[in-house]
Design a protein around this ligand. Structure first.
Ligand SMILES: Nc1ncnc2c1ncn2[C@@H]1O[C@H](COP(=O)(O)OP(=O)(O)O)[C@@H](O)[C@H]1O
Ligand SMILES: [Mg+2]
Length: 259
């Protein structure tokens, strides 16, 4: 792929991201079309989070370009990219620990993902809440209605991750990037999260999902892109990817390296 195609919701064209001499992304091209869940997998350190950081304006690519809904978003500011309709969650959670569940979601409706708690509270006050009903609706969607008055820091990890998802949904994105939403979860919490992601994608935003739990990825995704050393080594349906020799080698190699 050497250019962005108009039918693609998101595309990366020959994106390279260097950290010093290390190429976290190496001439990576990929496209995400509208609808459903698209997976992004690969061994630890293969560049998955770096790609999300490039898409969301946290790091500018060293070269190459990124396109969303027909616009070139390469190197744009995070807030601008968020306004265009991309929301994300973080591998390391970014909920406001000392705010209630309700206030976390309320504040997310009109805050940038990198706002401080004070900036967020100030912006909530200014826009005095015709939107509390929407918060209730989102809390119901993610199953946190009963927890609305709890402080985020008092929730177990599984619920904190659902809260982070709720914050992203509050922005009504067209594209939702989820970075290991089931990381550190129990099998039961993982199942709940998988169902939730399925429902979210069915109702609205296209979901681009980074996840290590292969059962979940294979069950949810209609299309999967596989990275290794910052390069795309395979893509296709879950079945195609599972039977791909390069993918098997990448995962076996990474197990051997970490053993
Ligand atoms: N801000 C950074 N500075 C330096 N190196 C980084 C930075 N972010 C990521 N890297 C490196 O880039 C590579 C890819 O990292 P990452 O995208 O986090 O991988 P993944 O999410 O697939 O596990 C790793 O080698 C990592 O150490
Ligand atoms: Mg990562």
């Amino acid at each position: 792929m050497t250019r962005a195609e108009p039918q693609d919701m998101l595309s990366a064209v020959a994106v390279t991201k260097a950290f010093g001499a290390h190429l976290a992304l190496d001439n990576l091209s990929l496209a995400v079309t509208k609808g459903g869940v698209i997976g992004l997998i690969g061994p630890n350190g293969s560049g998955k989070t770096t790609l999300f950081n490039a898409i969301t304006g946290i790091h500018s690519p060293t070269s190459g370009s990124l396109h969303f809904a027909g616009r070139d978003i390469t190197g744009r500011a995070s807030e601008r990219i968020a306004q265009l309709g991309i929301a994300r969650t973080f591998q390391n959670l970014k909920v406001f620990r000392r705010l209630t569940v309700f206030d976390n979601v309320l504040g997310a409706q009109n805050s940038a993902s990198d706002m401080t708690m004070w900036q967020m509270l100030f912006s909530v006050r200014r826009n005095e809440t015709p939107r509390r009903d929407r918060v209730e609706h989102i809390l119901e969607r993610v199953g946190l209605t009963d927890r609305r008055h709890a402080l985020a820091q008092d929730l177990p990890l599984g619920e904190q991750r659902r809260l982070e998802l709720a914050r992203a949904l509050a922005r009504e994105p067209e594209l939702l990037l989820l970075d290991e939403p089931a990381g550190g979860m129990t099998p039961q919490e993982t199942d709940t999260m998988a169902e939730l992601i399925h429902d979210v994608a069915e109702a609205g935003p296209t979901v681009f999902l980074i996840e290590h739990k292969m059962g979940m990825v294979m069950r949810l995704c209609r299309h999967i892109v596989v990275l290794n050393f910052g390069r795309k080594i395979a893509e296709g349906t879950p079945k195609q990817v599972q039977s791909d020799a390069a993918v098997r080698e990448a995962y076996l190699g990474s197990v051997a390296r970490h053993a």
